[in-house]
Write a protein that binds this ligand. Structure first.
Ligand code: 13P
Length: 245
């Protein structure tokens, strides 16, 4: 059977309301063959979600790029999981390296977010990955193992892991297929051994485009990609989506 492939767009802090609406309407009209094997998710910034949630969609799901770890309260500037759910998101990205870097998010905090997202029956997309220094000094496996161990509890039933080496994000550099394969096997083995009850999918993220998407998705234990820059270009995303017809 053909494996399930995720195409997850992380739009980050980009797109106007108008452009986002037009983009999604257009993308949704593409006639997807083998639809049940594809999960197309657009993760947009919070303020776009109310408007995007009103667009009728047959082929595209919505996700947010973060959430707060408490359901509600005195947390100025943050967004709650209930509103994210109200605006029809099915997925929530957590632990993106940009959040870890600019908002000092720790594995401990990310774990709380994952627990809350799961309690609310949404699906967390947990981003993990090493820096260039960690890769060069051969500490990358340790880093990834630690991120998994500290942020995913035994209770989690469904999860997408995005392996995003920090040095690959927005740089045009991607690891070799063997390197991606090594990490996807490490992740898979961790779950088989220590988090048996979790329905796990693994995607790769970092400089994915229409030229490398297909080969990356064909790697064993990889179910698609989390895409930044290329997901903002309609022609690129269209090619990516069509490449798994
Ligand atoms: P790029 O695809 O632009 O490298 O970004 C990857 C990313 O950070 C997705 O979350």
């Amino acid at each position: 059977m053909q494996k399930k492939t995720f195409i997850i767009a992380n739009w980050k802090m980009n797109m106007s309301v108008n452009n986002a609406n037009k983009f999604i309407k257009k993308l949704d009209k593409l006639n997807y063959k083998k639809k049940k094997f594809k999960e197309i998710v657009i993760c947009a910034q919070f303020l776009l979600l109310p408007s995007l949630s009103k667009i009728s969609r047959k082929n595209i799901l919505l996700g947010s790029q973060d959430c707060h770890h408490e359901p509600q309260g005195a947390f100025t500037g943050d967004s709650s999981i209930d509103l994210i759910k109200f605006f029809k998101c099915k997925y929530v990205i957590v632990g993106h390296s940009e959040r870890r870097k600019y908002h000092y998010e720790s594995n401990h905090l990310i774990k709380k977010k994952i627990d809350l997202i799961s309690i609310k029956n949404l699906i967390p997309i947990l981003c993990i990955g090493e820096s260039l220094e960690e890769r060069k000094s051969k500490k990358y496996k340790e880093k990834i193992y630690g991120q998994l161990n500290e942020s995913v509890s035994n209770k989690i039933k469904k999860l997408v892991i995005a392996y995003e080496p920090i040095w690959s994000i927005g740089t045009g550099k991607i690891p070799s297929y063997d390197e991606i394969s090594e990490i996807s096997n490490l992740i898979k083995n961790f779950f088989v051994k220590f988090r048996k009850n979790c329905d796990l999918s693994i995607v790769y993220g970092g400089s994915v485009d229409s030229l490398n998407f297909r080969k990356i998705s064909e790697i064993k234990n990889i179910n698609g990609a989390l895409i930044g820059g290329s997901s903002l270009k309609y022609s690129e995303l269209k090619k990516i989506v069509s490449s798994i017809n």
